[in-house]
Design a protein around this ligand. Structure first.
Ligand code: SF4
Ligand code: SF4
Length: 372
């Protein structure tokens, strides 16, 4: 049996610590003993405040660190942010304050080691801190994601790919969303967390996972020894079949979704969670796919008045498809591989993935035809 624990919770609940301790005891109690090195891996995507719903909440991180210390373990809090200085993220996100007084070093991943994650990717560089440790505690955030529908437990371990190696892998998987999902699952299997806890107290919906998303209070924590199990359970809770989630399809194909999931705890049913529309990235005959992608696939676009030309998207874009223009950045949609990294990392929430006019017409037409 693979239990998935669901508990209603709030960040200021006096019971939050006990809820987390119960989940950690149940899922990772055997993996964390006296002297064990334990990586605590939250989602620290970018500098953001807790009320923006982008990062794993500092209270969740603090109580997890307290649990590791109580077990006699040696916690390290680390991640590889997409943008922004690690110290700034700790300060703005409330982690500096939350972790004060606790014997827990925190640092960004720096060194990588080569790991063979299997076909077709084989050798990939992953954070040494994630691979040379006794246990990993995966503290993910419940968020929508313009490219992968949602970022949950499995995707959170992509943060173990250090710094600019991340966009490089986006480029290498190109426009193949399913291939990228397979990469995420294989990385997750290599990191092999002992437990995954997903912070869905303040979730993010709409054009997540960055500042273009909308925070939404759901008031839940979900935990399990299996991230594919937490992710599938969350899909059901939000009212859609897990098959819609690219990482779930990949996990199924790789045979790593448990068949004996047993949901325990508070029953929760969430309606109206706003998910992004994922348009197909390639379709039509191969010679025409470039044209089809350019004209029919959703593209990153500026939300009027928000771009301050900070240049972060220009530096991060794996395809060199963005340049600084006037009055905003300019996209080269021929080069753009539609990874939506720019939407994810824009510190000003100035971008969204938008349908082109012909793409919108085609989508409506196919919806009408599929209803017949
Ligand atoms: S779109 Fe966002 S990241 Fe890019 S330059 Fe404008 S504000 Fe900066
Ligand atoms: S422009 Fe944005 S969506 Fe296109 S390749 Fe660059 S980062 Fe990805």
């Amino acid at each position: 049996m693979t239990p998935v624990y669901i508990r209603k919770a709030g960040y200021s609940d006096p019971g939050l610590r006990e809820i987390l301790f119960d989940m950690l005891d149940a899922c990772a109690g055997a993996a964390v003993g006296r002297g064990a090195r334990v990586l605590v891996k939250p989602n620290l995507l970018m500098p953001a405040k807790p009320e923006q719903g982008i990062l794993t909440h500092p209270s969740v991180v603090r109580f997890t660190v307290e649990w590791v210390l109580e077990k006699g373990g040696r916690p390290l809090v680390a991640d590889s942010p997409a943008i922004g200085a690690f110290e700034k993220i700790l300060k703005q996100g409330g982690y500096t304050e939350a972790l004060s007084g606790l014997n827990a070093p925190r640092r960004p991943f720096r060194e990588s080691i080569h790991v063979d994650i299997g076909k077709p990717f084989h050798r990939i560089e992953l954070a040494r801190d994630a691979m040379e440790t006794d246990a990993v505690i995966n503290l993910a955030k419940l968020k929508s994601h313009t490219h992968m529908l949602m970022t949950l437990g499995v995707k959170n371990t992509f943060g173990c790919v250090v710094a600019l190696k991340k966009p490089e892998w986006h480029l290498r998987s190109g426009v193949d969303r399913d291939l990228f999902a397979r990469l995420l699952v294989q990385i997750h299997q290599a990191v092999a967390p002992s437990v995954t806890i997903i912070d869905g107290v303040l979730a993010l919906q709409g054009q997540g996972p960055g500042k273009s998303g909308d925070p939404r209070h759901l008031g839940i924590l979900i935990g399990s020894a299996s991230a594919p199990a937490t992710d599938a359970t969350i899909c059901h809770m939000l009212g859609f079949l897990p098959d819609r989630l690219p990482t779930h399809r990949a996990a199924e194909a790789l045979g790593v979704v448990p068949t004996d999931i047993a949901v325990q705890g508070d029953p929760v049913c969430i309606t109206g969670f706003d998910l992004p529309t994922l348009s197909r990235l390639t379709f039509g005959p191969k010679p025409l796919q470039g044209i089809v992608r350019k004209h029919l696939t959703q593209r990153p676009m500026i939300i009027a008045g928000r771009c301050v030309r900070c240049g972060e998207c220009v530096s991060y874009c794996p395809a060199d498809a963005v340049t600084i223009g006037d009055p905003t950045v300019v996209f080269d949609y021929d080069r753009c591989i539609r990874c939506y990294c720019c939407v994810e990392i824009c510190p000003h929430g100035a971008l969204h993935a938008a349908d082109t006019r012909p793409g919108r017409i085609l989508r409506r037409l196919s919806q009408v035809l599929s209803r017949r």
